[in-house]
Ligand binder design. Structure first.
Ligand code: ATP
Ligand code: MG
Ligand code: FE
Length: 343
């Protein structure tokens, strides 16, 4: 099967053609970093406008790159949430219009499911079940993935997401936007033990996360004027990694019959995070796998792939054209509420 994937839930506009052989046949992506940088974060109205301007020519572009037409596709797959509603609507409404015009089935994908299944696009040998650390700009969760559509959330953050903590640290240090890659870059020149920073939640019996206190400590360290930026970045990154490792250790204790540890989402692009997780997996005799960095941050190939996964399920049915965009959409709707936590 060949599908067209569309992603527009945050600040990357992306389209991709992916087939069931895991080939990314064509892929285009446009980041809006330049538009949002002056504001130090994503401005929803600017994002929606940029998606609306870029998406149609981008879709035409990937079809042209691959030398195929919409009618050659077995499904048109779009992110339907969660995310910034204006952007999600641009992508979903475009997909509906194309599906209607071409009579190709529509598949509406949860963006988090795109991240959650992205490791299977990159790694043919990755079978269910697996333990998933999903670390992105808006989410920080540990899930048990038993199959397509079968996600059990074991942990979430009670305040900030991990990517958000990287972005806020970058903002405090004046490193610009987006922050994650910039923090990683200067952390390489810093001393990770130079700045004493807290490790929120470490030692807690529940595997949940908290990063707000770490961010405040970064701010205080910076304002004290006693530390170099690179040392703060390195110390922050190490503190964040220590938290993730400790929380995962707790979550893995309670997970039976899972032989692979997987990381996905934008922060999974971070080499130090990946190295630490490889260590955790090794300690549990588990295999570790992570998508290549360009599949960790937002992209349309992972959305297309989630569509392929859905298409190949028994009893597959396309989504109705009247399906709505959802600003909030938990992967595990049955997860117990956690005080202070979002989805
Ligand atoms: P969500 O997926 O929760 O809706 P999002 O789509 O905005 O949020 P992603 O695109 O998956 O998030 O990830 C973006 C986040 O990843 C940003 O917070 C960014 O700073 C972070 N990030 C990207 N690269 C790195 C890196 N090398 N190191 C640390 N963080 C990174
Ligand atoms: Mg982005
Ligand atoms: Fe994302």
């Amino acid at each position: 099967a060949l599908v067209l994937g569309i992603e527009s839930s945050c600040d990357e506009t992306a389209a991709a053609l992916v087939d069931s052989e895991r080939r990314i046949v064509a892929q285009r992506i446009a980041s809006q970093d330049e538009q949002h940088a002056p504001f130090g974060g994503v401005v929803p109205e600017i994002a929606a406008r940029a998606h609306a301007e870029r998406l149609a020519p981008m879709i035409a572009g990937v079809l042209e790159d691959a030398g195929v037409t919409l009618e050659d596709c077995d499904a048109i797959v779009a992110t339907a949430g969660p995310g910034l509603i204006g952007g999600v609507m641009v992508g979903l409404v475009s997909a509906k219009a194309l599906a209607m015009a071409s009579d190709v089935p529509l598949i509406a994908i949860n963006h988090l499911e795109g991240h959650a299944l992205s490791p299977r696009l990159a790694d043919e040998g990755l079978d269910f079940p697996y333990a998933l650390l999903l670390v992105s700009g808006g989410h920080c969760q540990i899930l048990r993935v038993d199959g397509v559509g079968r996600y059990r959330r074991l942990a979430t953050t009670i305040d900030d997401a991990l990517g958000e903590a990287f972005d806020k640290t970058a903002k405090i240090l004046g490193l610009g936007f987006p922050g994650g890659p910039a923090v990683e870059r200067i952390a390489k020149e810093g001393d990770a033990s130079a700045v004493p920073l807290p490790r929120p939640m470490v030692g807690s019996g529940e595997p949940h996360f908290s990063f707000a206190g770490l961010k405040s400590a970064v701010l205080r360290a910076h304002e004290s004027g006693r530390y170099e930026e690179a040392d703060i970045a390195a110390s922050f990154q190490q503190a964040a990694i220590d938290c993730v490792v400790d929380r995962l250790e707790v979550a893995l204790e309670g997970m039976q019959g899972v032989e692979t540890l997987v990381v996905a989402g934008g922060v999974a692009a971070n080499a130090s995070v990946r190295a630490a997780l490889e260590g955790v997996a090794g300690g549990h005799g588990m295999r570790f796998t992570a998508p290549p960095p360009r599949l960790c941050t937002d992209n349309a190939a992972m959305i297309a792939w989630a569509g392929i996964e859905r298409l190949s399920m028994e009893g597959f049915a396309p989504d109705p054209l009247e399906i709505s965009a959802r600003p909030r959409w938990p992967l595990d709707p049955d997860a117990e509420p956690v005080r202070g936590a979002g989805v």
